[in-house]
Write a protein that binds this ligand. Structure first.
Ligand SMILES: *[C@@H]1O[C@H](CO)[C@@H](O)[C@H](O)[C@H]1NC(C)=O
Ligand SMILES: *[C@@H]1O[C@H](CO)[C@@H](O)[C@H](O)[C@H]1NC(C)=O
Ligand SMILES: *[C@@H]1O[C@H](CO)[C@@H](O)[C@H](O)[C@H]1NC(C)=O
Ligand SMILES: *[C@@H]1O[C@H](CO)[C@@H](O)[C@H](O)[C@H]1NC(C)=O
Ligand SMILES: *[C@@H]1O[C@H](CO)[C@@H](O)[C@H](O)[C@H]1NC(C)=O
Ligand SMILES: *[C@@H]1O[C@H](CO)[C@@H](O)[C@H](O)[C@H]1NC(C)=O
Ligand SMILES: *[C@@H]1O[C@H](CO)[C@@H](O)[C@H](O)[C@H]1NC(C)=O
Ligand SMILES: *[C@@H]1O[C@H](CO)[C@@H](O)[C@H](O)[C@H]1NC(C)=O
Length: 296
């Protein structure tokens, strides 16, 4: 009898282990799909009008194709079958964002552009770890821009323009070391442009137009030559245009129109041979056109 055990054992253990791993993997997959599904169903339940009839048919756990990965606007990773992208832009949706959305732990891309979502962004969204692309453009979100945006280490594109965000630009934004495009335009942001924003070394396009920003143009913005677009127009910025702006050799577009800038237009702007658009009107600037390169 003992011998039997001895011979069975080496075979039984791997088989048992294999069986255990298979079942726990399947269980884990089902559990995580459940998490993603309940997050999206919670979002659906927070949508009060718009094309929600459409979503209620399509985003349905009872329909034949019941995997969330087949739902409209949803993309999943092929490996884990977890939700990686949610795009419900341009659907005329009114509603709020439930905290459950923070459970979409594989989410890389979130696009809610051009709807009527309102209210604050729930703090639970800070549980997301992987977002690279966040676009909330043209909604009606209010409250301050949350500090926790600075905790998304992978974030490359952040568009919060055209909402009702107020308060200061959070200094945690300077933590977004991978951010390439940042748009906070057309909100009600006040205070200074944080000097630390200049630390964003790969930032190519910065849009801060149409807020209520005051103070000077931070010198730090002229530190990295990656900048291609700087739009600080329609604020109440004062002081002079830093001559260091001439260091931004890749700059293509510079918008400073409608501020309270004073002093002479720095001749260094003439060094920016790639400049295609220079919009400086409605300020209190002086200078001579002939100081600039031909073409201006
Ligand atoms: C939702 O719409 C998509 C794309 O139109 C379709 O492939 C999918 O089967 C639909 N799912 C349900 C549950 O109706
Ligand atoms: C979301 O969908 C819209 C329209 O279908 C498209 O234009 C946009 O590029 C998509 N967003 C992302 C992040 O792919
Ligand atoms: C998802 O998030 C909500 C709210 O943050 C929470 O109540 C819920 O337990 C979470 N987990 C799952 C699996 O839905
Ligand atoms: C946005 O919210 C404000 C107040 O919270 C409200 O007066 C306004 O009508 C809303 N706009 C839209 C387009 O929903
Ligand atoms: C900056 O990012 C790190 C790592 O993601 C995080 O621990 C820290 O709290 C962030 N700082 C701010 C000010 O957001
Ligand atoms: C910004 O960069 C300066 C040096 O260029 C560094 O001393 C400072 O710690 C940086 N700040 C942040 C918030 O990363
Ligand atoms: C512009 O600057 C002048 C002088 O510094 C100040 O008196 C005026 O109030 C400012 N205007 C605005 C709209 O901030
Ligand atoms: C424009 O600048 C001049 C000279 O610096 C100053 O006298 C005048 O008050 C300024 N105007 C405004 C509207 O700031």
């Amino acid at each position: 009898m003992k011998k039997h055990y001895f011979y069975l054992f080496p075979l039984a253990v791997p088989v048992l282990l294999h069986y255990l791993m298979m079942t726990s993997c399947t269980a884990m997959k089902r559990l995580s799909l459940g998490t993603d599904q309940s997050a999206l169903l919670a979002l659906k339940a927070h949508i009060t009008s718009g094309q929600q009839e459409f979503l209620s048919e399509n985003w349905s756990s009872t329909a034949a194709a019941s995997s969330v990965c087949d739902w409209i606007g949803v993309q999943c990773s092929s490996r884990h079958q977890r939700v990686t992208a949610l795009n419900i832009s341009n659907m005329g949706l009114t509603g709020t964002i439930p905290p459950d959305l923070g459970n979409l732990s594989f989410l890389v891309s979130l696009d809610l552009r051009n709807n009527y979502f309102h209210g604050n962004l729930p703090e639970e969204l800070s549980h997301l770890r992987r977002p690279r692309f966040v676009r909330l453009t043209t909604n009606n979100f209010t409250g301050e821009i949350p500090m926790w945006f600075g905790h998304f280490p992978e974030l490359q594109f952040l568009f919060l323009d055209g909402n009702g965000f107020s308060g200061f630009i959070p200094s945690s934004i300077s933590n977004l070391s991978r951010v390439e495009k940042l748009d906070l335009s057309y909100n009600f942001l006040e205070g200074n442009i944080p000097e630390k924003i200049g630390n964003l070394s790969v930032l190519r396009e910065l849009y801060l137009s149409g807020d209520d920003l005051v103070g000077q143009i931070p010198l730090s913005l002229c530190k990295f030559s990656q900048r291609q677009v700087l739009d600080l127009s329609n604020n109440r910025l004062s002081g002079q245009i830093p001559k260091e702006i001439g260091n931004l050799e890749k700059l293509k577009e510079l918008y400073l129109i409608t501020n309270n800038l004073t002093g002479v237009i720095p001749r260094e702007i003439g060094n920016l041979y790639g400049l295609e658009l220079l919009v400086l009107g409605s300020n209190n600037l002086t200078g001579h056109q002939r100081l600039l390169a031909p073409g201006f």
